[in-house]
Design a protein. Sequence first.
Length: 466
Amino acid sequence: MRRARMLGTFLKPDVEELIAHKDWASLRDVLLDLDPPDVAEVLEDLPPEDSGILFRLLPRDRAATVFEYLPLDQQTELIGTLGTEQLMAVLNEMAPDDRTRLFEELPAEVTRRALATLNPEELKVARQLLGYPERSAGRYMTPDYLAVRPGMTAAEALEYIRQNAKKSETLNVVFVTDERGYLLDDLRLATLVLARPDQPVGELNDRHLVSIPATAPRDQVVAEFEKYDRVALPVTDSQGVLVGIITVDDVLDVAEEEATEDIQKMGGMAALEAPYMESGFVDMVRKRAGWLAVLFLGEMLTATAMGHFEHEIARAVVLATFLPLIISSGGNSGSQATSLIIRSLAVRELELKDWWRVFVRELGSGTVLGLILALIGMARILAWQRLGLHDYGPHALAIALAVGGSLVGVVLLGTLAGSMLPFVLRRVGFDPATASAPAVATLVDVGGLVIYFTLASIALGRIEPP
């Protein structure tokens, strides 16, 4: 990637100059000397009108390969500028799984136009893949794979592979199916190469067979690849018939999409369905307004709590000075705990049954973290009083104790809320990522106020309001 970016940056001025001079022959020669990922990098850095010109200079087969390396938003732009003949060439040459993801991003009218350019065989494949539930394994699989029969010898299987290699997405794995298409086994190519030429394929077995249901959600797909460390996994229907395969490069794209959604949810918003710059203004507001409104309603409880403790504030106005310090400490500890637990649940380091162990662990760590902050806060109050930097009056020690005790309680509350909320959401069937830092912070704000002013009321109980 670094090489591609450096190369694209280096070539960009030359390409722009050649475009300005309309030196199409030289441009074509420059592009033909580059690898497809490098050509895609050059196109990505150019304005849409220039990238469209360059793309039309590429030969058909090379254009389809370069097209697959472009980001989805730029693919969508190019689709609208290509003529019917060139669009037909590009889409028919694309890998079925990459083409399906492109169709998912296109507007309905553009998708219909694109589908109309496919030949009958590719159209059948496209409709089949689009027929699976959105974000399921079926949408990410490709029907381009090699399958051999168990009755073949190793020599016959290798000859079959040599004759049909161009039809497969990967040659690293060969699948064994019976006459009805039922998946029996998967074999690494090395196993076939090293086997005796006369040895039946059905007798070869180099590892445990793992498959993915076509209707499995995409997070399960990522989990299966992480667990079994494969470069490709077969996808089967409900009857066990092999319908396609998913390769590791597609899983990397899925993992990136999953991580992006989780990060957006943790930020206190619904996940965007398109890249940031491609999302419409109304859609952007709609995705963010819901969570903001919920959090705002939650924060209204903060005002209610403060109104309940007006008497305590009147007795020592200085209490309000430390309120942001205490509340933010609880929110920060909650954000830390939430991030740790959500990630651990996502990578299956933790299961629902581990909630009690996590609770005990966070109870101890939250207490220690609170004590550390409490000592720092109390030392600051007493030091400022001693050095004359701020006069807290005759009750400086009581204020320090109230602040210190509150820090312990609020940090502990934030840690426990942040660590337990993801478990609760997972238990009721929601995505743990929705246990966002803002949601935990809202809970801590209200609880922190109650803890702080309750302890302050106890510590400063004998003070009369001025």
